[in-house]
Write a protein that binds this ligand. Structure first.
Ligand SMILES: Cc1cc2nc3c(=O)[nH]c(=O)nc-3n(C[C@H](O)[C@H](O)[C@H](O)COP(=O)(O)OP(=O)(O)OC[C@H]3O[C@@H](n4cnc5c(N)ncnc54)[C@H](O)[C@@H]3O)c2cc1C
Ligand code: FES
Length: 269
């Protein structure tokens, strides 16, 4: 893990209300894989470099925000990585307002990402809303390794669906929206059930309600497939110090940041 000031190289609204920010700071993601994450301090770096007295510390964005590593690319001056996010509060609003050249204090790579079995050839990826963020890099890598990938993109409306044109053309895409504005009307869970028999391994990221529905279908089905879920939990440090991200699993108490964020679906739901 490395803490650094990451320079923003590009920042834009990619689709709907979803933003992408690219950083040039390879040291923060060295050796990382899909499903791992970084912690970002969402305050002006001046406050980091010249520590303020405790009474003047920004209170609301005091805690760093966790973001999955979304994708990698070769930039003008070397490797770059990105985060993909919706604006849900002060931290993400601050991130979306960064400009090229701005610095963001961050540390990573953190946690255990997805674990792909060498023998698995047919991979099912299930994304609920912004849960698509870590799955795109997994799809990129799997296609490079000549695996077959089906990616289920679920959202409330078309606005929440990651553009197919930004994915490798080899990926088979199934879109489901709750209002039927794009793809099939319904939930990502339904497409998950239909593809369960086809896949060797499944990987998911999305809200807990989606995981709960998937686990229910998995229990109901006679088909047994390993499903890895990437969990989200409020985090204070991302490194196992604050115990803010403790959850109860079938194997006892676990820290999402250190023991996860990847868990076997049935271990938690
Ligand atoms: C390992 C990990 C990876 C993540 N990756 C991404 C990502 O790639 N893209 C992305 O958009 N978000 C991601 N998140 C969620 C993101 O960290 C939170 O949404 C973050 O708190 C937003 O900060 P904010 O200041 O904008 O909103 P806040 O002011 O912190 O919160 C706004 C709303 O979101 C809720 N919230 C806060 N934290 C979480 C959380 N951890 N999980 C669910 N709800 C929360 C709050 O209750 C509130 O309703 C990830 C979280 C974790 C733990
Ligand atoms: S976020 Fe601090 S222990 Fe997990």
């Amino acid at each position: 893990m490395k803490a650094t000031f990451a320079r923003v190289t590009e920042n834009e609204r990619l689709y709907g209300e979803t933003h992408i920010t690219w950083f040039a700071a390879p040291e923060a993601v060295r050796g990382a894989g899909p499903g791992q994450f970084v912690m970002l301090r969402c305050v002006e770096p001046a406050a980091e470099r010249e520590p303020l007295p405790a009474t003047e510390l920004p209170v609301d964005p005091l805690l760093p925000r966790a973001m999955s590593i979304h994708r990698m690319r070769q930039g003008a001056d070397g490797p770059e990585w990105s985060i993909l996010y919706d604006i849900v509060g002060r931290g993400t609003a601050w991130l979306a307002s960064r400009r090229p050249g701005d610095a963001v204090y961050c540390w990573g790579p953190l946690g255990h990402g997805y674990s792909l079995r060498r023998a698995s050839q047919q991979l099912l990826l299930v994304a609920g809303g912004i849960g698509v963020a870590p799955l795109v890099w997994l799809a990129d890598q799997a296609i490079e390794s000549e695996k077959s990938v089906t990616l289920v993109l679920g959202g409330r409306t078309a606005e929440q669906i990651f553009p197919a044109t930004l994915l490798p053309p080899e990926v088979e895409i199934v879109v489901t929206t709750e209002d039927g504005s794009l793809g099939r009307r319904g939930l990502a869970t339904e497409a998950f059930v239909e593809h369960l028999e086809w896949c060797d391994q499944a990987f998911a990221c999305g809200p807990n309600a989606m995981f709960e529905a998937m686990a229910k279908e998995q229990r109901r089905s006679r088909i047994r497939r390993p499903v890895q879920a990437l969990l989200e939990e409020g985090m204070g440090c991302g490194t196992g110090i604050c115990y803010g991200c403790a959850i109860q699993t079938r194997r006892g108490m676990r820290l999402v940041c250190k023991d996860g964020p990847r868990f076997d679906l049935r271990e938690v739901f």
